[in-house]
Design a protein around this ligand. Sequence first.
Ligand code: AKG
Length: 277
Amino acid sequence: MEDAGSASSAGGGRTKMLTQEQISFFHENGFVRIPKVYSPEEIARMSDELDQLIQDWATTNMGWTGPWRQVYMSPDVEKRSMLTHLHDLHFYSEAWCRAVTHPRMAEAMADLLGPNVELHHTTLHCKPPETGMPFPMHQDSPFYQHEGFGYIDAIVHIDDATLENGCLKFLPGSHKQGHLPHITRLENGESCSPHLPTDKYRLQDAVPCPAEAGDVVAFSIYTVHGSEINRTDRWRRLVRVGYRDPLCRQIAGQSLGRAGVIVRGMRPVGALAPTLS
Ligand SMILES: O=C(O)CCC(=O)C(=O)O
């Protein structure tokens, strides 16, 4: 795939960040890798501040719960498997505030969402070495359900992500179905992290999307995805940034009712009125 930086002219006088090929790939498959959104210097700064945030603010625990853990991990590994996570990094760090409002990121999102783009949330997922938690196949809509298709998650890669350290894997075209029911309860009625049945949606059937530090992988809130355990001796750090068309109304979940920063264009009259009133 071409570097996003080489994308060129656009209709309507705006220079697009993405090529038409990248935009079409996204609409067809539900995900796209956007190379080199951040420069090595920007990533170095984001990496340093991320390490500080991990020390000062992040939580490390077993991560997601559910019967899928026994499917993807041996009993011994399952006990030791961990995830380091933190929400809304841009509230804690200048480098991350700049990163989530970065013009190249905002332009790329506008190419996929339309002229107005609102930041919804950021979430760190850091897989520790050797047993960093795998993610079962799921959509992101159960975590912050919205109406319609105007919501994209953009994964900012701080480290190179490979099959070995647990890069994202996607089911191409799965976004077209919209929101799917997820398993959210165990047989005994206790709640667990939303995920799709592991016999129907298998991690091994999904297409890996390796990426380099500085790349962004964008995908629809409805694209079915997951990732495998980190088998390497190094951390795999990435940050998910959620963006939406301000007219895409949230129904439930993370940050419901919170207005986000407009990173491109303007908030149309009537969008999220209850939040701002
Ligand atoms: O961090 C990962 O490997 C998976 C991330 C993911 O599934 C998500 O952000 O929805």
